[in-house]
Design a protein around this ligand. Structure first.
Ligand code: CA
Length: 225
């Protein structure tokens, strides 16, 4: 995942970048609105973190222009600003921001928001690819799963669970990680919920269910020959 941070407080921008890189994301920093707009238009990142009070072109204008252009119109934007009143929040959303955080905010909160945002809006492009794992084909774009050419009806959670396992074939995925990746950060679901969903998923996908292996005391993996 590639994130562009448009923020004129360099210390804050670097702190955000440092923490995002720990998540394994690539980051870029731009310190003013005009450079930010140009960088986003050139790089087409998966996410923009946008400060509103910027030298020169303000964040609201940057946001408006990004939304206005076809190439950048669907890139998720999280606005961060020191101006915490309700009017700014409304303006931020009207301009097309996907989420809004008032400074000072915790890094953890921002990361949680980002992860939640990716679950509910556009996914990174790599996730849009059709995945073929043995006899299973997953089409994230059309939200369709086929086993040996037969379409299988799954709930969105089951779909996400299967997709998540399939994206990292033969890798053990812990229950907590699956909870985070599939259910979202604010879900207090007991990890046994996963076991229930896995059971249902296995039943639904028939003989492909054997590909989903339980790793005792830890989690699951999708075994692909
Ligand atoms: Ca600022």
């Amino acid at each position: 995942m590639n994130v562009i941070i448009i923020e004129d407080e360099q210390d804050l921008a670097e702190l955000l970048a440092f923490n995002m890189e720990k998540e394994g994301w690539q980051t870029g920093i731009e310190l003013d609105g005009k450079s930010g707009l140009e960088r986003v238009t050139a790089d087409l990142p998966d996410l923009v973190i946008l400060d509103l009070m910027l030298p020169g072109m303000g964040g609201i204008e940057v946001c408006r222009r990004l939304r206005h252009h076809e190439k950048t119109s669907t890139i998720p934007i999280i606005v961060v600003t020191a101006k915490g009143d309700e009017i700014d929040r409304v303006v931020g959303f009207e301009m097309g921001a996907d989420d809004y955080l008032v400074k000072p905010f915790s890094i953890r909160e921002l990361l949680l928001r980002i992860k939640a945002l990716f679950r509910r809006t556009s996914l990174p492009q790599e996730k849009e690819k059709i995945l073929t794992r043995g006899i299973v084909t997953i089409d994230p774009h059309r939200h369709v799963v086929m086993v040996k050419g037969q379409e299988i009806t799954l709930t969105s959670t089951e779909f996400k669970l299967l997709q998540t396992l399939a994206e990292r074939p033969n890798r053990i995925q812990g229950r907590e990680q699956l909870l985070r990746d599939v259910w979202g950060y604010n879900n207090n679901t007991d990890s046994r919920t996963i076991d229930t969903h896995i059971t249902r998923l296995r039943n639904k996908i028939g003989e492909a269910g054997d590909m989903i292996k339980t790793v005792r005391g830890f989690g699951y993996k999708m075994k692909v020959e």
